[in-house]
Design a protein around this ligand. Structure first.
Ligand code: ADP
Length: 380
């Protein structure tokens, strides 16, 4: 039987790494992206078009047996039209519709019985301000835009009245703050036949003050019982939503050791980059296996891993130059992934580094040195 052809909606770094996984799991892939020079174009053909346009999604997708995504902000009507015309759309349009809007995502979590912080939805900043004024919404809370927020953009923490001035003016949710002790993420693959396989939980460590990931630790520094509970929770989420493909479940651990679901991503996720080098099967290969109806691969962790993002240096905008990469690579166990983006700007995600070691502490130490070593500036 001929190999199914896979169309990926989005050609960013996740699309690029999905395409790279075809080296170990060969299926022909192509991507749709607004830019023909998008990161995925280094590996597979990229067709120019908007993933948010139903017409572009249909025009691109009808040439494939299977259509998948690497971003959530895709046209669900376009995906539905493809599914109706016989294309296997995985993850399914309904799953993407539920998750791509943080309002419907939270409502689904609540209705499905998963522990998540209480929330309400608002049309804009004025409506939220009014709810605070009337006492319907109390402080502190976290405001999140319903669509297209990512990497901490689209998240605003309101601790005191003065923080209300900087409310984001968009359809949003406001949710109660969780007293976070640790942040975990578990990636689960779920196959066409309903089989699920979870990776070990990773721990996300954020930079003080900014909602920006500092380092990501695998394995998370939790007890075996907590790790199992997190994996079990993530598998239950994957089963309840019925996804085919990979899903990331971000969680909070509170002071009592209770697990709260923070948010979901119906695709390979930045908390799983380390699986490329650290696990028996990468999350990207797992996603390809799941959507093509193959058995899932082993999620076994071979080594401890720490991930650091390579971010554009603040104040530098333009064609990127990378400094310190070879010095970092020379340390051993250091794997640098640059996404080949045409332009850098302050704090833009330009790549990531996975640091491996038999001991997590040593990997953490090395990762901090790597983070300080690699710099992305703009060409002068
Ligand atoms: P993004 O989609 O940008 O990743 P998240 O919903 O993950 O947004 O929020 C970003 C970060 O903000 C979280 O990792 C966490 O540190 C903090 N945060 C989000 N929601 C809450 C909450 N309910 N209580 C406390 N902190 C939160």
């Amino acid at each position: 039987m001929a190999k199914p052809r896979v169309g990926i909606l989005g050609g960013g770094q996740l699309g690029m790494m999905l395409a790279e996984a075809t080296a170990t799991f060969p299926v022909p892939c192509e991507a749709l992206d607004a830019s023909e020079q998008a990161p995925a174009s280094r590996v597979i053909p990229v067709t120019r078009g908007e993933v948010g346009s139903a017409d572009d999604v249909v025009r691109f997708g009808r040439g494939f047996d299977i259509v998948t995504i690497e971003v959530e902000k895709v046209s669900v009507p376009g995906m539905r039209a493809l599914a109706e015309s016989g294309v296997a759309v995985r993850p399914q349009p309904d799953v993407v519709a539920t998750i791509q809007d943080k309002g419907t995502q939270k409502a689904w979590l609540v209705a499905s019985g998963f522990l998540t912080s209480d929330f309400e939805a608002y049309d804009d900043a004025a409506a939220l301000r009014e709810a605070v004024a009337s006492g319907a919404r109390s402080l502190p809370f976290v405001q999140k835009v319903r669509r297209e927020g990512y990497d901490g953009r689209g998240v605003h923490v309101v601790r005191e009245a003065a923080d209300l001035e900087a409310l984001l003016d968009a359809p949003c949710i406001a949710e109660d703050m969780v007293a976070i002790a640790q942040e975990l993420a578990v990636i689960v693959g779920r196959g066409v036949d309903g089989e699920t396989k979870a990776y070990d939980p990773v721990e996300m460590v954020f930079r003080e003050g900014a909602n920006i990931l500092d380092v990501l630790l695998s394995p998370a520094r939790v007890s075996t019982a907590m790790a199992e509970a997190a994996q079990d929770l993530a598998c239950r989420v994957a089963e309840a939503i019925g996804i085919v493909g990979v899903i990331a479940v971000e969680m909070f651990v509170d002071g009592d050791g209770e697990l709260w679901v923070n948010e979901l991503a119906p695709r390979p996720h930045n908390s799983g980059h380390h699986t490329i080098e650290a696990c028996a099967t990468s999350q990207y290969e797992q996603h390809l296996r799941a959507i093509t109806g193959h058995p899932l691969g082993s999620t076994e962790m071979k080594q401890a891993a720490v991930l650091v993002n390579v971010l554009g240096a603040p104040g530098h905008e333009g064609t990127p130059v990378y400094l310190g990469v070879e010095e970092a690579e020379a340390m051993g166990g250091v794997h640098v992934h640059l996404y080949g983006k045409q332009k850098t700007w302050g704090m833009r995600k330009m790549g990531h580094v996975t640091v491996l070691d038999d001991e997590l502490d040593r990997a953490i130490d090395k990762a901090h040195r790597v983070r300080d070593m690699i710099r992305v500036e703009a060409e002068k």
